[in-house]
Design a protein around this ligand. Structure first.
Ligand SMILES: [Zn+2]
Length: 183
C-alpha cells in the first residue's frame, strides 16, 4: 500500500525559522478514520512551523466550515470552524518512551534519525476539536436560520407547561414548579 505523502513534512531540509503550509481538507480526508458525525467539510488548515535549533513549534490554524446535524431539531447545520492549536516537537533518542512519559499533550517527540513527520492525525484531531460540543441551531433559542421550524414547534409544545401562564416568571423555575405540582 502506498503511503500518502501529502501530509508529511521533511523537516531536515528546512532552514531555521518560519515555514508555512496550507492544507485544504474535505470529506475524503476522513475516509481513513472512523465515521464522522459531520459532512461537507471544507476546512482550511494553515500550519506555521517555526524551526529552532533544538525543537520545532507547530501552530495549526483551523478555518472553513462543515455541516453537523442539529442535536435539537435534526436539521443540517453549517458550522464555521475557527480555532488554533500548538504542538512542540522535540527530537529524542527514544521517542516512543518519551511520548509515553510526557504528560503535556502539546509536546511530542520524534526520533533522532527521522527526516520527516506526518501531520494528518493532528489535523484530524484539531478539526474535531474545533467543532462545538453543543451542536444546536442557536444556544439559547431555537431560532437559528437553519433550524427546522416544524421540529421547533413540537419541542416548544413539549417544553412549555400549560399551567404556567405568567410571562414574568423566570423560565428557569418552570421545571421546579412542575416538580412541586407532583408533591
Ligand atoms: Zn436546530
Amino acid at each position: 500500500m502506498s503511503r500518502s505523502r501529502e501530509f508529511e513534512i521533511a523537516f531536515v531540509g528546512l532552514k531555521a525559522g518560519i515555514h508555512e503550509f496550507m492544507y485544504r481538507i474535505d470529506d475524503s480526508f476522513f475516509e481513513k478514520y472512523s465515521e464522522q458525525d459531520f459532512t461537507n467539510c471544507q476546512a482550511e488548515v494553515k500550519l506555521t512551523l517555526d524551526k529552532k535549533s533544538s525543537y520545532m513549534f507547530l501552530k495549526f490554524e483551523i478555518g472553513g466550515k462543515l455541516e453537523v446535524i442539529c442535536d435539537r431539531c435534526n436539521s443540517r447545520l453549517p458550522i464555521e470552524l475557527w480555532d488554533e492549536f500548538g504542538i512542540t516537537l522535540k527530537i529524542s533518542e527514544n521517542p516512543e518512551l518519551m511520548n509515553e512519559q510526557e504528560n503535556d499533550a502539546d509536546v511530542y517527540y520524534i526520533g533522532k534519525g527521522d527526516s520527516y513527520f506526518d501531520v494528518a492525525d493532528w489535523i484530524y484531531e484539531f478539526i474535531n476539536l474545533s467543532i462545538p460540543m453543543q451542536k444546536v441551531c442557536s444556544y439559547e433559542n431555537m431560532d437559528g436560520p437553519y433550524c427546522d421550524a416544524k421540529a421547533r414547534e413540537i419541542l416548544k409544545q413539549m417544553t412549555v407547561h400549560p399551567s404556567v401562564n405568567s410571562k414574568t416568571k423566570n423560565p428557569i423555575w418552570k421545571g421546579l414548579e412542575n416538580f412541586k405540582n407532583f408533591d
